[in-house]
Design a protein. Structure first.
Length: 310
């Protein structure tokens, strides 16, 4: 009976194991490279898109700033998905926030509607607050939004309903009403506009009409604050575009088909910022640099895009 292995067999075995590990390492390295290139491609597209949005703004909006939130478009924040929920206004599915992002002007989750920018018309949504919400939570709608720091934000919280005008990230309260909203319930908010007149309602009851002409047109979006994992149903738009979303035709576990937009929030640890300066004393030439960064096993990576505007 043969016992043990010869020296040659041991050497061959070691060589085979080494070849297997080398092949595995090569496969993992190739996969890592593909993932890295994929992230860089996405980040480059985001940086260039953010630059294009900033370049399209009037020169008065291009004030100096350093590593500031992106401007010129309503950036998606957080991760969103479709899930089943018993008791939803249009069961079985809802659109829900899966994770939040670091706050921009207080907003920790935002998702722009796929409709074109709107001036007049209405936006409404049924909004669910889960049990045991975080302290300071709010949820609601953005209307005539240029970006997350320049918009009308209509939200409700545990004790108030509020309409704010945000200008360069600074919120000015235009209306507030003391009213309670319990967790594990649905609340419907609606805002409509005609010129400078903004009409607000809650659960089908008109609340007030606010006059303000700061923002004449912009995006529509769903938002949450304070890291609230809210859910939305029966999102409805009327006006230049008319549509209603109940999310029952969308696959559970994924964002809605028509709402899948790319943002820095889709990259691991992703974030974006913009820096604007005027490099020539007394000149009106604005230098704009957008940056998208994300996390990897070897540290933070980033790509930038730079342009100039008068």
């Amino acid at each position: 009976m043969r016992r043990g292995m010869s020296l040659l067999e041991v050497v061959v075995a070691i060589a085979l194991v080494g070849a297997m590990f080398a092949a595995l390492a090569s496969m993992l390295s190739a996969r890592t490279l593909r993932v890295r290139v994929n992230y860089e491609t996405k980040a480059t597209a985001l940086a260039e898109g953010a630059l294009a949005a900033a370049l399209a703004l009037p020169s008065s909006a291009l004030t100096d700033r350093v590593s500031a939130p992106l401007i010129g478009f309503t950036e998606k924040r957080g991760q969103w998905w479709v899930r089943a929920q018993t008791g939803a206004p249009s069961a079985p599915n809802v659109l829900a926030i899966a994770t939040s992002s670091p706050a921009i002007a207080g907003t920790t989750a935002a998702l722009r509607l796929i409709t074109p920018p709107s001036a007049n018309g209405a936006l409404a949504a049924a909004i669910y607050v889960p049990p045991s919400p975080p302290s300071g939570w709010r949820a609601g709608l953005l209307f005539r939004s240029r970006d997350l720091g320049n918009t009308y934000r209509y939200t409700f919280g545990a004790a108030t309903v509020t309409l704010e005008r945000l200008t360069n990230g600074v919120a000015t309260e235009l209306y507030t009403l003391s009213t309670s909203a319990a967790p594990d319930t649905w609340t419907t908010l609606a805002i409509s506009a005609s010129g400078s007149q903004l009409s607000l309602s809650k659960d089908g009851v008109p609340l007030t009409i606010v006059t303000d002409s700061t923002w004449g047109s912009g995006d529509l979006a769903l938002v949450a604050m304070g890291n609230l994992a809210a859910a939305f149903d029966d999102v409805a738009v009327t006006g230049a575009a008319t549509a209603t979303w109940r999310f029952d035709a969308d696959a559970v576990g994924l964002p809605p088909v028509d709402w899948r937009t790319l943002s820095a929030a889709d990259l691991p640890g992703g974030a974006g910022d913009i820096t604007i300066d005027h490099p020539f004393t007394g000149g009106n030439l604005a230098r704009i640099k957008t940056r998208i960064q994300w996390s990897t096993a070897i540290g933070t990576q980033n790509v930038t895009a730079t342009g100039y505007a008068r």
